[in-house]
Design a protein around this ligand. Structure first.
Ligand SMILES: [Zn+2]
Length: 82
């Protein structure tokens, strides 16, 4: 899960430069928060490589990842931990 979320985060949030803060602490907090929301939802059904492939190919999963990242960004930006 983690590399996928990281990739999404870099492409959708870091590269466009829409984050209020780009420090490593905020980035890590956002990633961890999103991962905490996503991991329990998917690890029970699929595992390992099959799981990672499923996410890359599944539009619903991709939109879930984006949704949780967006939520995590607003939570962390409202309460930065740096
Ligand atoms: Zn920060």
């Amino acid at each position: 899960m983690e590399p996928i979320v990281k990739n999404f985060f870099q492409d959708q949030f870091l590269k466009p430069g829409i984050l209020k803060c780009h420090c490593s602490k905020c980035q890590l907090d956002i990633l961890l928060l999103a991962l905490n929301q996503l991991t329990p939802r998917y690890t029970s059904t699929t595992q390992g490589e099959a799981y990672i492939k499923a996410i890359y190919m599944n539009a619903q999963m991709q939109s879930d990842v984006l949704k949780e990242l967006t939520k995590a960004v607003s939570v962390i930006e409202a309460n930065p931990n740096h």
